[in-house]
Design a protein around this ligand. Structure first.
Ligand SMILES: [Ca+2]
Ligand SMILES: [Ca+2]
Length: 169
């Protein structure tokens, strides 16, 4: 009886480890009862699934490309998430994120999926966002892991995001 209990516990632990490769807070929280799994061609980190577009696109093209796949241009919500995402694009590449001040100069709107979020991670060097040339209205993650505003027509890789499907137990 003891042996079989231990065996079952082992199986459950293994299953939890396999479903949680990020080792982050979201992942730990998901062990509390809800877990998800991404489509095999996507990469999971915590409660989110990601797919990198390594080809260079304008910000609008990147946003559109993600929407066509039924998901969203990513907005990292922590430095840990950013550090993970940096591994998905070539080392020297910067990537677009779902933040813009197209509607009103200086009023940045960032959407995580369909939710507007407050988290910002601007590059303090050079006082970003600096709206250089009066024409920088879209945000990127710079290779140093901080955000910078750029002209939306610049061509960069991108990362699409969708919440991991939730399974209830
Ligand atoms: Ca601007
Ligand atoms: Ca800038």
């Amino acid at each position: 009886m003891m042996v079989s209990k231990r065996f079952i516990f082992g199986l459950i632990s293994l299953h939890m480890m396999m479903g949680c490769t990020g080792g982050n807070e979201m992942c730990k929280a998901s062990i509390g009862g809800r877990r998800g799994a991404c489509h095999p061609s996507w990469i999971q980190w915590g409660g989110k699934c990601y797919k990198a577009i390594t080809e260079s696109l304008t910000w609008f093209e990147a946003k559109e490309r993600c929407l066509k796949m039924g998901n969203f241009l990513v907005v990292p919500q922590s430095q840990e998430e950013t550090d993970f995402l940096m591994l998905l694009v070539p080392e020297t590449s910067k990537f677009w994120i779902n933040c813009n001040d197209l509607e009103e100069e200086g009023n940045w709107k960032c959407l995580d999926g369909t939710n507007e979020v407050e988290y910002r991670n601007w590059l303090p060097v050079g006082g970003q966002p600096d709206n250089t040339g009066g024409n920088e209205h879209c945000a990127q993650v710079h290779p140093n892991g901080k955000w910078n505003d750029l002209p939306c027509g610049r061509k960069l890789p991108a990362i699409c995001m969708q919440p991991a499907p939730q399974l209830h137990f």
